[in-house]
Design a protein around this ligand. Structure first.
Ligand code: GLY
Length: 295
């Protein structure tokens, strides 16, 4: 059996129009990934393609539409992991590549190192024969407006985690050969300090895949890193049902509110989409059909 689950972020999405756009985006992404799985393609190809689709969609916080730092710069993080080989590729703090997950995939395929940051990662993109873009191409009017609001009223954004939407994107899949993969891509959190790295490219936190599970997280990266959410889904699933394992991983933050969500699949084809936020925009597609976040 094959299955793919994608997410387009957690938080609270109170604007109905934005909810619809995000739901359309995850439905499109899950279908793209499913088409690959359905033709016998690999889990790692499926999660990459699904994430590319959401990076190209300005309604998510990844690639086009990434949020900005408090210095109004873009610093995107991404990571992809092939559970069958445990091969990994990831990038940190880049701004001149339209699809950070595809650069990550090239790193997974071509390099012995697994993680590259900033301009060093971007130079690899040129080495692979692709052109860098101007970061201005990733800015959207919506993000610039949100940035202006943030600068006017920083406390609201920082102290009201439920009021924020973390539009990180991710995908997890199991292919017909029983291989698992996970991919996550993000602009981070609006108004983050320049140089801050979130959970997305931290293996075993925001993204994780092996022969048993594949996990992609979204939410406040600091809590996801401290809670080691990805690897904890695997650890807790050894003694719990899969859904309970995901809930335990989500609540493993030490102290403070851990506002986050995650999607996960295991090698039996079980899946889960869990959250401690009000909303988690997700879509699942397998032989039994499409399932989406229930609005
Ligand atoms: N979860 C995305 C981030 O905190 O950067």
């Amino acid at each position: 059996m094959s299955i793919i689950v994608v997410h387009g972020g957690a938080g609270r999405v109170s604007d109905q129009n934005r909810r619809s756009l995000a739901l359309e985006g995850v439905k499109e992404a899950v279908q793209i990934g499913w088409d690959i799985l359905n033709k016998g393609g690999s889990a790692v190809d499926a999660v990459e393609a699904a994430v590319v689709s959401m990076e190209n969609n300005p309604n998510f916080n990844a690639g086009l539409g990434s949020v900005v730092t408090r210095d109004k710069t873009i610093e995107m993080d991404a990571l992809i992991m092939d559970g069958s080989t445990r091969e990994i590729g990831g990038v940190i703090g880049i701004s001149r590549v339209k699809n950070p997950i595809t650069l990550s995939r090239h790193i997974l395929d071509k390099e012995t190192h697994v993680l590259f940051f900033g301009e060093h990662a971007e130079k690899l993109w040129e080495k692979y024969g692709f052109q860098l873009i101007n970061p201005d191409e990733l800015f959207t009017d919506r993000i610039l407006q949100r940035y202006e609001n943030f600068m006017k009223d920083q406390e609201m954004e920082v102290d009201d985690p439920e009021g924020r939407k973390y539009g990180t994107v991710g995908a997890v899949a199991l292919d017909a050969n029983g291989n698992l993969a996970a991919a996550t891509s993000t602009g981070g959190v609006l108004g983050k300090m320049t140089g801050r790295v979130g959970d997305t490219p931290i293996i075993g936190a925001g993204t994780y895949a092996d022969e048993d599970v594949a996990v992609s997280a979204t939410g406040i990266g600091e809590y996801i890193i401290k809670g080691m959410m990805g690897i904890n889904v695997k650890i807790f699933s050894q003694t719990n049902s899969f859904t309970n394992a995901c809930d335990k991983a989500l609540s493993h933050f030490k102290g403070a509110i851990g506002k986050a969500g995650l999607i996960a699949v295991n090698n039996k084809g079980e899946w889960s989409a869990r959250k401690t936020t009000q909303d988690l925009i997700f879509a699942k597609l397998d032989d039994s059909g499409l399932e989406v976040f229930d609005v």
